[in-house]
Design a protein around this ligand. Structure first.
Ligand code: ATP
Ligand code: MN
Length: 430
């Protein structure tokens, strides 16, 4: 089953229910080709005699249900075949979800709402991708709900999003991101503002439920919710909150019995909590690796990805033309809160930011809230509940001239004038 070197790369003959795992070296690219049989990458089928290219740092598994021959060319850090994969269990999980969708169709009910949880580096994002792919390959229209603010698969870091899945993920590029619903969170960990995190989870659940009411396919397709690896304390409470906000039917717990037991104890009895093993192929990622992939995600937003290059615009924005807010006032002791105000209020409060040099390199979300609706009292509700329509990065600030230079995917003017500041910075080296 292992390879032999040749001009066309290293050949691997894979037996049924095995997978070829490989990692691409830094600064390198690896090409994969399927010669015979059938194979899939995280639930997306490979076409025969097509070359797939994976960039530096990619960590890939090529799985086959019935056996296949593939080749790899380029510099891999590791490449080995494993017979020990949990794919059969993941397929069974998919089959159970599909059964629920069929039942939902028959009974005019809604399809399964599934939350995938577990500590970091257990393959949560990958399991979501596999389950979504299997569902959409059967003609379903499941929704991906992305709650991982550190490593979002839908939008830039610091956001929470929902995406209707209409076709399998591209083997090289993942799911096509058209018209996602994106909310501004503003930081890469939920702990920065857990009240806001829970509030935005509720917002997403509400929007998804509204969509299900008017769209039968979306309702039957259900959703797969990807979560953060923070499973203790407030992180755990956020999972419980999510389960209730989305009224999830199924929770898939990857690799952690303690979390499984806690959720079984704390969630209503009708919620099916299932413990699944992680794949031995899942690769741990260092802090640096995570930071790099966050950076890459922002770079892709402005400059495009592989075949598709975008040409972002740089222009000046007058301070007087925009309103910049940070969500959440710094927390202060309860005893110091003004009468009638709670800690919740401070975490969801919109704090106006006066532009200064320290804005430089920050990512700002452009809120879709109507400019007029935003003025006056009660504004905070509108802004928190409005999705974002895009992102800009502040590349320079001139306090003297009262302008800032921004990097924007679209030419001036900005589509809206309410901006929300993220903790996240992006240094544009291009
Ligand atoms: P995080 O805690 O960062 O959210 P996660 O639990 O979502 O991580 P994944 O992102 O799904 O984990 O997987 C981590 C890495 O391992 C990814 O780069 C993914 O491509 C890779 N990976 C997952 N499954 C396999 C496998 N079977 N073989 C090889 N690589 C894999
Ligand atoms: Mn993940």
């Amino acid at each position: 089953s292992s390879g032999s070197a040749g001009t066309s790369g290293t050949r691997f003959d894979l037996e049924k229910e095995t997978e070829l795992r490989f990692e691409v070296e830094a600064g390198e690219r690896v090409q994969l080709e399927l010669f015979s049989g059938m194979a899939e990458v995280f639930g997306s089928e490979l076409n025969r005699n097509k070359k797939y290219t994976f960039g530096p740092g990619s960590k890939i598994a090529v799985f086959t249900w019935h056996g296949c021959t593939v080749s790899l060319s380029g510099k891999t850090e590791v490449a080995y075949v494993s017979k020990d994969t949990p794919m059969m269990l993941y397929l069974n999980t998919h089959a159970a979800l599909e059964q629920m969708r069929r039942q939902a169709e028959k009974d005019n009910e809604r399809g399964p709402r599934v939350m995938v949880v577990g500590p970091t580096d257990v393959g949560k994002t990958t399991v979501c991708r596999v389950l979504l792919n299997y569902a959409v390959r059967l003609g379903r229209r499941p929704t991906l709900v992305e709650l991982d603010v550190g490593q979002s698969s839908v939008s830039v870091p610091g956001t929470m999003a929902a995406l209707c899945i209409e076709r399998p993920a591209d083997v090289e590029e993942g799911f096509s991101v058209q018209a996602p619903l994106v909310f501004h969170f503003g930081s890469t960990t939920p702990g920065t503002n857990i009240k806001l995190y829970n509030k935005l989870t509720s917002n997403l659940a509400e929007v998804f439920s509204q969509r299900c009411e008017v769209n039968r396919k979306a309702s039957v397709g259900g959703c797969i919710i990807n979560t953060c690896g923070w499973v203790k304390g407030s992180g755990y409470q956020a999972l419980v909150h999510c389960a209730s906000a989305f009224e999830v039917d199924v929770v898939l717990v990857l690799d952690q019995e303690r979390l499984y037991n806690e959720l079984k104890r704390d969630l209503p009895h009708f919620v099916r909590v299932v413990l699944l093993p992680k794949s031995g192929g899942v690769v741990e990622r260092s802090k640096d690796c995570r930071r790099e992939s966050r950076d890459e995600k922002i770079r892709e937003y402005f400059y495009g990805f592989r075949g598709t290059s975008f040409y972002p615009h740089a222009f000046d924005v007058r301070f007087s033309d925009v309103r910049i807010y940070k969500i959440g006032a710094p927390s202060i002791p309860d005893s110091c809160l003004p009468l009638g105000m709670s800690q919740d209020d401070t975490q969801l409060k919109l704090v106006p930011v006066s532009p200064g040099r320290d804005l430089t390199h920050h990512v700002l979300s452009v809120s879709s809230v109507e400019d007029e609706a935003e003025a006056g009292a009660g504004q905070s509700r509108g802004i928190l509940e409005s999705p974002v329509c895009g992102f800009i990065v502040v590349t320079a600030v001139d306090t003297q001239a009262q302008v800032m230079t921004v990097l924007s995917p679209a030419p001036r003017p900005l589509p809206r004038h309410t901006l929300l500041i993220m903790d996240i910075r992006f240094i544009d080296l291009k």
